[in-house]
Design a protein around this ligand. Structure first.
Ligand code: FAD
Length: 468
């Protein structure tokens, strides 16, 4: 039966785009090297019609499909399981920008377009596509939307969901839904677009999207500032919001150990401020002028310094210095990967609860696992922390993960729930948090999600075992 299916797939997309042998690890292993499966075949369609034909062929043979974009997801949702029965559907050949409409401030791109290439296309027209994250050189817009990615500009522009006006989707039955209209208002029934965004490939295949663009800011200011405590980091956020309003486009926090790891693994990256328990990266985008931006930004930092909210600050004087500051922040996950396997918690909380959460959870973890190393950083402006745990120095990271991950997760997620938070802020559920989701989400919500899955994918062939 699989020979018959493979023959159909070869006839559909060409033999060069149906891979069954050789080293398939680029598709079969996830970015963190935590999940590794085996695909029946890696199939690389080059058009929406080919995606639809592949989905129909797999449906006819009862063969499950795992969609994959850049394979940078962090929850094990983009690689096949170990059965050797799943087709890995790579969307990377769907990589055309189909249209750009400056008057409507929209861009229509195929799912396999690399995020950075979409940013560059918008910039070439003097426009901005604000979705930005450290994996932007390799993640795809299809993957960004399927996981409702967040990133560093959510504070001002929202998640991937808020940046998308329309979708083209191949359904589980192999039909094509064209919902690409770039409308800002459309109340014609259920919001199908929002159903597919964040569905992690479990309901259908996103093949194209119409995205929102914005005017480029006239000036951007970036600074690093050291703060004495998480309480003061939150106070700085309040001050920045009051003084800059919607001009505040980035507000990231990094604990001392996360920057120590960057210092250790990337010593060539200059850190302009001395080590501190907490460092904040702020960004302001201004629609008026350089002079206006600088006056507001420096006024904010002076007021913060006077009030004791920050202890030191370094303002980027050039675009290169600004990029270098962001590069420091974005190097933290890479430094963590160099350090070894770790336990990741991508969580969100009401901003006001974050200091209490961090203080009590740090204490609870350190009491139970003396010497535990906490890599705590993230998008504080969105209430989103990457509250990650590295094994105590000298202990095997793999052994610690195997023996203690569940117990560590219980401490962290119990605290997240007690503070009214979420166990997944922006990375999604995938396989990593599937079982945790059942424990933490209300039975009513789980029932509604299962009903939607059953209605749209009754044979359960779209990325099975992920999310639900
Ligand atoms: P993949 O990893 O290929 O897939 C992700 C999920 O989407 C899978 O479930 C897959 O089956 C599904 N999928 C992929 N394409 C499609 C499609 N066309 N149709 C339907 N389903 C599809 N994420 C954030 O939100 N914010 C961050 O700041 C952030 N920083 C990161 C930094 C680093 C260094 C890394 C490695 C990752 C980071 N991520 C972040 C996670 C990841 O980059 C994002 O989730 C990204 O959106 C995934 O895109 P991708 O193309 O790689 O998707």
């Amino acid at each position: 039966m699989s020979t018959e299916l493979l023959d159909t797939l070869v006839a559909t997309v060409g033999a060069a785009n149906v891979l069954t042998g050789g080293d398939l690890s680029a598709w079969e292993q996830d970015w963190r090297k935590r999940f590794r499966g085996r695909a029946l075949a890696v199939v690389r369609p080059g058009s929406t019609a080919e995606v639809a034909a592949v989905v129909r062929a797999c449906a006819a043979h009862g063969t499950p499909l795992v969609p994959q974009g850049g394979n940078t997801g962090l929850v094990g949702g983009s690689v096949p399981d170990g059965s050797g029965r799943q087709v890995l559907l790579s969307l990377t050949r769907l990589n055309r920008v189909r249209a750009i409409d400056p008057a409507n401030l929209t861009l229509t791109a195929e799912a396999g377009c690399i995020l950075q290439s979409i940013q560059d296309t918008a910039e070439a027209q003097g426009l901005l596509f604000p979705l930005s994250l450290a994996a932007e050189g390799s993640c795809t817009i299809g993957g960004n939307l399927a996981s409702n990615a967040g990133g560093t500009q959510v504070l001002r522009y929202g998640n991937a969901r808020e940046l998308c006006l329309g979708l083209e989707v191949v359904t589980a039955q192999g039909e094509v839904w064209d919902g690409l209209a770039g409308l800002r208002k459309d109340n014609t029934g259920y919001d199908l677009r929002d159903l597919f965004i964040g569905s992690e490939g479990t309901l259908g295949i996103i093949t194209a999207a119409t995205l929102k663009l914005y005017p480029q800011p006239a000036a951007v200011m970036t600074a690093l500032a050291t703060v004495p405590s998480m309480e003061q980091a939150v106070a700085l956020l309040q001050l920045a919001q009051a003084r800059l309003g919607p001009g505040l486009t980035g507000f990231e926090v990094m604990n001392g150990f996360s920057l120590d790891l960057v210092r250790k693994h990337f010593p060539q990256l200059r850190q302009p401020l001395p080590p501190s328990d907490w460092t904040v990266l702020l960004e302001q985008s201004d629609t008026e002028s350089d002079a206006h931006a600088r006056q507001l930004f420096e006024g904010l930092l002076e007021a913060a310094l006077e009030a004791g909210v920050i202890t030191d600050a370094a303002v980027a004087e050039t675009l290169e210095q600004s990029h270098a500051m962001w590069h420091l922040r974005e190097s933290i996950p890479l430094a963590q990967a160099e350090e070894g396997l770790n336990i990741k918690h991508d969580i969100s909380l009401p901003v006001s609860r974050i200091p209490a959460f961090v203080a009590s959870t740090d204490a609870a973890l350190s009491a139970r696992w003396p010497g535990l190393r906490l890599v705590d950083f993230g998008h504080l402006g969105d209430g989103n922390l990457h509250y990650n745990v590295q094994a105590p120095a000298g202990q095997s990271a793999a052994d610690f993960l195997r023996d203690q991950e569940h117990a560590v997760n219980t401490v962290v997620y119990d605290a997240v729930m007690a503070h009214g938070g979420s166990i997944s802020a922006e990375h999604g559920i995938g396989e990593l948090k599937r079982d945790e989701l059942v424990e933490r989400k209300s039975p009513v919500a789980m029932g509604l999600m299962r009903a939607i899955k059953g209605a749209l994918d009754p044979k359960g062939l779209m990325n099975p075992g992920r999310m639900l």
